[in-house]
Design a binder for this molecule. Sequence first.
Ligand code: HEM
Length: 438
Amino acid sequence: MAVSLGRVAVATAFHWLARSLLLHSSQHPALGLLLPAAVFLAIIAATGRGTNAPPPPGPAAVPVFGNWLQVGNDLNHRFLARLSARYGAVFRLRLGVRNLVVVSDPRLASEVLHTQGVEFGSRPRNVVFDIFTARGNDMVFTEYGDHWRRMRRVMTPPFFTARVVQQHRAMWEAEMDAAVADIAGDDAARTAGFVVRRRLQLMLYNIMYGMMFDARFGSVDDPMFVEATRLNSERSRLAQSFDYNYGDFIPVLRPFLRGYLHKCKDLQARRLAFFNDNYVEKRRKAMDAHAPGDDDKKSKLRCAIDHVLQEAKLGGYTIPKGSKVVVNAWWLANNPELWEKPEEFRPERFMGEEKAVDATVGGKVDFRFMPFGVGRRSCPGIILALPILALIVGKLVRSFEMVPPPGVDKLDVTEKGGQFSLHIAKHSVIAFHPVSSA
Ligand code: HEM
């Protein structure tokens, strides 16, 4: 039980941070770090020319609305899994002007993410992502091409290498130890229990801000931390919501989205001002001081994006040009035909019947289990995320027995899905009983 609670809390905090740490990229790409937590959907835009093969099957569509009136807004992973039982491992929904192609089979997922990784290597945009990502100009949402390649190249040395991990390890450990000490010193955490998420969030912010800006926040009440998290969570809420789908799917309805889009633009302007004024400018000056004469490189990084336009076929079907192709990674990891009792939280499975499975970037990939995605657009942050998760979970489990608070015997781990991630709906109160160290 202790392990499972720890995992839930840490994974939740990490995903939250991953979603919320978006910094703008147009100023300096190395600072345009966007951390998605697409744990159940890998979203890939496909391009392709027509061929003789038919488009994938799907429910009959009506003019203008397509299938939108039948399926609605909430295109969550469970709903898409139910549709795959009816329409097959690859099926299509027409959502107004958009085509959504859903892949629910490991072999086809490997086609999309690996074998045909170039054809499927771009990400779809929508009216809200465009506002938050400078029209898809950040690293995560940019189309597959030169701009993306340069962004990956620029961001890899300062963030995504084993050397960086080694370099910052002492700082990480200090932040983790500070979190453990705070929890241990908190009487309420021991007795009534508390929501640990906020403290872990502070730890993760300090780790990331330490690496990006050489900055840290003093406590969960630090006004800068409160403001940074408030701006980020508001962005996350607006971007993840399904509420704006109608205006994205059906352009004639877009005028009705004006209020929503205005809110997004206003928030984005305030977020950028906050991050630029307080962090990015200072960091840029420090970097400029270390890299004089780098102007040519900087201007190239902002150049136009090229677009991969190649034919895309999948499972004997033609994928219409510009489709959004969703690999339902949640279903691949939860399909009882592929796993023994997937609904059971039984990590031992990875030491037993599933011991060959691992979340890796290279090496042998199992297309049933892709928490960090696979292939060209897979998560470069895995090199940081795995050691951070392992260390903090280890430290928490070694220091505390984590139990439900008095009067509660089961935690509510109900999920909540969004446009690109799955998280826990309600953050649970957990009691932390210190264990005496051996
Ligand atoms: C538990 C933590 C994390 C999880 C589960 C996670 C998961 C993912 C997933 C599923 C994707 C999309 C993969 C695809 O489309 O195939 C992704 C992309 C990405 N992640 Fe993470 N991530 C995590 C942490 C991080 C961290 C710590 C960073 C950076 C410090 C990071 C940076 C990125 C970036 C930049 C991309 C976009 C890559 C591209 O499009 O080329 N992630 N992540």
